[in-house]
Structure formats: structure tokens, C-alpha cells
Design a protein around this ligand. Structure first.
Ligand SMILES: NC(=O)c1ccc[n+]([C@@H]2O[C@H](COP(=O)([O-])OP(=O)(O)OC[C@H]3O[C@@H](n4cnc5c(N)ncnc54)[C@H](O)[C@@H]3O)[C@@H](O)[C@H]2O)c1
Ligand SMILES: O=P(O)(O)OC[C@@H](O)[C@@H](O)[C@H](O)[C@H](O)CO
Length: 445
């Protein structure tokens, strides 16, 4: 299907037609949804047009090789490389005319998103943050779009603003219903997506009505550890595979989805994806146990001199903090999720020394992650009259990594940023304070 021509990967067979639009082209979408689409039994019917957030370089690198890239699956014992062909076109996020054309096309059935947690521009109540200046600017643009105006000539500042303008283009083109699938690490990500998309669409009556009637918001729990590739490795793979956009990932992959696909979908289940009406337990297991542990390691690890996940989990102090948090989280998950096996497999995955997952990458946007992954467990533990000591340490580790000026704010107010209930719980605050002082003492040695 592919060969290297003139030092570039090249397609030698017809590409599948574009029926999926992806927003947030990065490392993860290439190891996950693109991989599932490639391995679906009807892969020849489903091509992806993928848009970066803003990067022009990644889109150009992929375009120069017909969207093809090498996925390197890295286990403890070695690497396996395969060329993935499901992305048939890569565009910079700023190419609004192309996006509008893709979203309006009758063949387009699905939009997938990996725009990061921050990309939803939600407030802490799970609604679109109307006080965000970029949200306000995009809503103003949407409300000013008149029936005859050329949509492609407008400027949109946010990913969801661009998506909603694309849905307006679809409405005007008489396009049919569509499914939008969130693949970001957020609880009830489809529900959040719905709230934020409709929050944008509310700026324009027709768009809003059309979205309400024609858009299906699909939630999904996604799992495959895919660190950003290092520049050394990028250079090495360029020489070895003639590839300017390779991705390195772990062997494990999981995707659980919940929601309707009114215009069809690839047979992702033939590649191992699972469809369920009850996503919440799977999602909570993954977000609390895997991402919660990552969030803890990202703030605790550096205090003990660790730079990546494998180093941190090998340290008994960090590992104990993670395991104690898992004990607390596990008490609030259904028993039939096979938690002992899941924990064993997480420890194995985290310990893979050949996957260099930098704690600095994971630590971005920590406040939101602590609010969504740690605070709920602490609250459930406190409601059950337990101390929530491990959650308190996790919250202390997050606080200890904050810039000094944040440190001068009262502890109660700082904890309030992740939970109002925990901020008014004095015994819990005492635990947090004790753990915080312990960590600051470690830092001062
Ligand atoms: N990498 C993983 O192991 C992994 C695993 C599961 C889920 N995820 C989810 O996928 C997301 C992306 O991960 P990645 O590894 O591909 O990261 P990446 O940095 O390689 O790509 C992120 C993409 O999102 C875009 N983006 C970033 N901030 C944005 C914003 N505020 N608004 C709109 N777009 C924005 C970027 O431009 C880029 O296209 C994560 O935030 C997470 O929610 C990642
Ligand atoms: O930015 P986050 O915390 O949502 O994600 C960082 C990592 O924890 C995450 O990318 C995991 O590798 C992934 O969720 C594994 O499936």
C-alpha cells in the first residue's frame, strides 16, 4: 500500500473517502482513533481529514507523505512499526474554508476530537465559559453570521467555535445528521461537548435548532499511553522510515464508546473497540485510576527527582501514594470491573522503561485534572466518613507545585479551586496541610 518515493512515504493505492473529520491532530489521535479506523474491517470506506489545533508544520509533514505515518508500538522487549493510512488529508487548524467544506459534505458522518481538556473552554460547572474572551469573540461572530454571508471568510478563535461554524455550513448545505465523538480525558466528555457546542450554537437561533435536532454527542473512554516524541527520536525515525511524522505508543489500547451514529460508523468493534449504554463505570475507572495516578506522579515525582512516569513509579514513596489513592478510588467503583487485574496492568504499563512519558507533559493544566480526578474520590471518601488521606496527599502535591504567589493565598481558598465541599472540611484541610508541609520539607533538603 505504501512505499518510499524520493525520501517520502507515498500511497500507492487509492485512499479511502473522507467520512470522518478529526479536530486536534496530535500524537494521540494518530495512535488511537486513526489506528482503530485503520484496523476496522471496513477501513477502505472510512478516511479521515484531520485538523491540527494550530500547527502548520505537522499538517505539512503529513501532507508531504499523503497522510501516512509510522506508528511504532513499543513494548518492554522491542518495537513494532506499521504504516497507518486512515488519515487521508492533514490540515492546519486555521484552514477554515477546508473545514467548512469537509463538515458540510454529505459523506461526512463523524467528527472526532482530541482538543485537550482546556480546548472545551468549559467552566467548573460543565458549561461553556461565557466569560472567556475567545468564547465571547466566537459567539459574537456566530451571531453576526447572516444568511448570505460567506462563512469561510470569518475568523474563529476556538476549536469548538470552528466546529459550530462548520455545523452551520452543514445546515445551509442541507447536510444530514452527524455524530461528534469526544476522545479527551474528561468525565462525561460527550455531555460536556454537548453543553459547550450548544453554548456556542446558542449565539445563532438556526444553528442551535439544527444542532439540537441533528447532532449526536458520543461519549468515549480512551486509553493508550502516547507520549510526545523526542526530537532525537524524530530525527532517527526520519532517517530510518523516511517519515517526518512518526508516533511512538504502548501496545495496550482501549476505546469504550456510548452514543448514536446517525450516519453510520466504521466497524471499530472489529479492531477491539467496545460499545456500551453504561460508560460511566469504565470512564471512572480509567480517569481515576490511570489519569488520577498520572496526575499524582506528575506533581509528586519531581519532589523526589523523577522526570518520567517509569522513574516515578519505581520509587516506593510515589508508588505507595498511587496505590493508596487506588485503594480509595476502588471503594467507589463497581466490583465487576476487575480492579486487581487493572491495577496490575497499570503498574506494568507505567513501568515500561522504553516509554518515556515526561511528567512535565502530564502536569499541564493540573488544577482541572485534580478537580476532576482526585477531588471526586476525596469527596466520596469523606462522605463515607473515612479520612481520604491518599487524596489529601495528592491535593497537597498539586498545591506544592503551584507558583509561590499562589502559596500566599489561604489553604482553604486554594482547595476551593478544586472543590467547595473539601474547602469547608476542616479535618481534611488539616491532612492536606500536614502533607503539604511534609513535601515542602522534602523540597528544601
Ligand atoms: N497522549 C495520550 O497518551 C492520550 C491518551 C488518552 C487521551 N488523550 C487525550 O488527547 C488529548 C491530546 O493528546 P495528544 O497526546 O494528542 O497531545 P498533542 O499535544 O500531541 O496534540 C494535541 C492537539 O490538540 C490541539 N490543542 C491543544 N490545545 C488546544 C486548545 N486549547 N484548543 C484546541 N485545540 C488544542 C493541539 O493543537 C493538537 O492538535 C489529551 O489532552 C487527552 O485529553 C491523550
Ligand atoms: O493530559 P492528561 O492528564 O489528560 O493526560 C496525560 C496522560 O495521563 C494521558 O495522556 C495518558 O497517557 C492517557 O490517558 C492514557 O490513555
Amino acid at each position: 500500500m505504501t512505499e518510499s518515493i524520493g525520501g517520502h512515504l507515498r500511497r500507492t493505492e487509492l485512499a479511502p473517502p473522507v467520512r470522518i473529520v478529526h479536530l486536534g491532530l496530535g500524537a494521540f489521535s494518530r495512535s488511537h482513533s486513526a489506528w482503530y479506523t485503520e484496523h476496522a474491517s471496513d477501513a477502505h470506506e472510512w478516511g479521515i481529514a484531520a485538523y491540527t489545533g494550530s500547527s502548520v508544520e505537522l499538517a505539512q509533514a503529513l501532507e508531504a507523505q499523503d497522510g501516512l505515518y509510522t506508528l511504532v508500538t513499543r513494548s518492554v522487549s522491542g518495537d513494532e512499526a506499521e504504516v497507518i493510512g486512515s488519515i487521508v488529508r492533514a490540515e492546519p487548524g486555521g484552514n477554515l474554508p477546508a473545514l467548512l467544506t469537509d463538515l458540510a459534505a454529505p459523506g461526512t458522518a463523524i467528527v472526532t476530537l482530541t482538543i485537550t481538556e482546556a480546548g472545551y473552554r468549559a467552566d467548573r460547572h460543565g458549561e461553556l465559559d461565557l466569560s472567556d474572551p475567545l468564547v465571547a469573540a466566537d459567539r459574537e461572530t456566530l451571531s453576526a453570521v447572516s444568511l448570505n454571508s460567506a462563512l469561510g471568510a470569518t475568523t474563529m478563535r476556538t476549536a469548538l467555535g470552528r466546529l459550530v461554524l462548520g455545523l452551520e455550513a452543514r445546515r445551509r448545505a442541507g447536510g444530514g445528521p452527524i455524530a461528534i465523538v469526544s476522545c479527551d480525558n474528561l468525565p462525561d466528555n460527550g455531555g460536556l461537548l454537548r453543553a459547550c457546542v450548544l453554548g456556542f450554537a446558542a449565539a445563532n437561533f438556526e444553528t442551535h435548532e439544527w444542532c439540537e435536532a441533528n447532532v449526536s454527542f458520543v461519549s468515549s473512554s480512551v486509553d493508550r499511553i502516547t507520549p510526545a516524541i523526542s526530537s532525537d527520536e524524530l530525527a532517527a525515525f526520519r532517517d530510518r522510515f523516511h517519515d517526518r511524522a512518526p508516533v511512538v505508543t504502548e501496545p495496550f489500547a482501549d476505546w469504550v464508546l456510548s452514543g448514536a451514529f446517525p450516519a453510520g460508523r466504521p466497524r471499530w468493534e472489529t479492531a477491539g473497540a467496545r460499545f456500551t449504554d453504561e460508560l460511566e463505570p469504565w470512564e471512572a475507572r480509567k480517569l481515576w485510576m490511570l489519569n488520577g495516578a498520572h496526575t499524582i506522579l506528575a506533581s509528586l515525582g519531581p519532589f523526589y527527582g523523577h522526570a518520567d512516569v517509569a522513574q516515578a513509579i519505581a520509587d516506593p514513596v510515589c508508588r505507595e501514594a498511587v496505590e493508596a489513592f487506588w485503594d480509595e478510588a476502588g471503594r467507589h467503583l463497581p466490583e465487576d470491573l476487575d480492579l486487581p487485574q487493572y491495577r496490575t496492568s497499570l503498574l506494568e504499563r507505567f513501568s515500561n522503561p522504553r516509554i518515556v512519558h515526561l511528567l512535565s507533559q502530564i502536569s499541564l493544566d493540573a488544577t482541572t485534572k485534580v478537580r476532576l480526578r482526585i477531588a471526586p474520590v476525596a469527596t466520596l471518601e469523606r462522605s463515607a466518613y473515612r479520612s481520604a488521606e491518599a487524596s489529601a496527599l495528592a491535593i497537597a502535591a498539586w498545591l506544592a507545585t503551584e507558583p509561590p504567589e499562589q502559596g500566599s493565598v489561604a489553604l482553604r481558598d486554594r482547595v476551593h479551586r478544586v472543590s467547595a465541599a473539601l474547602a469547608s472540611d476542616d479535618p481534611f484541610l488539616e491532612l492536606v496541610e500536614g502533607a503539604l508541609n511534609g513535601l515542602l520539607a522534602v523540597a528544601s533538603v
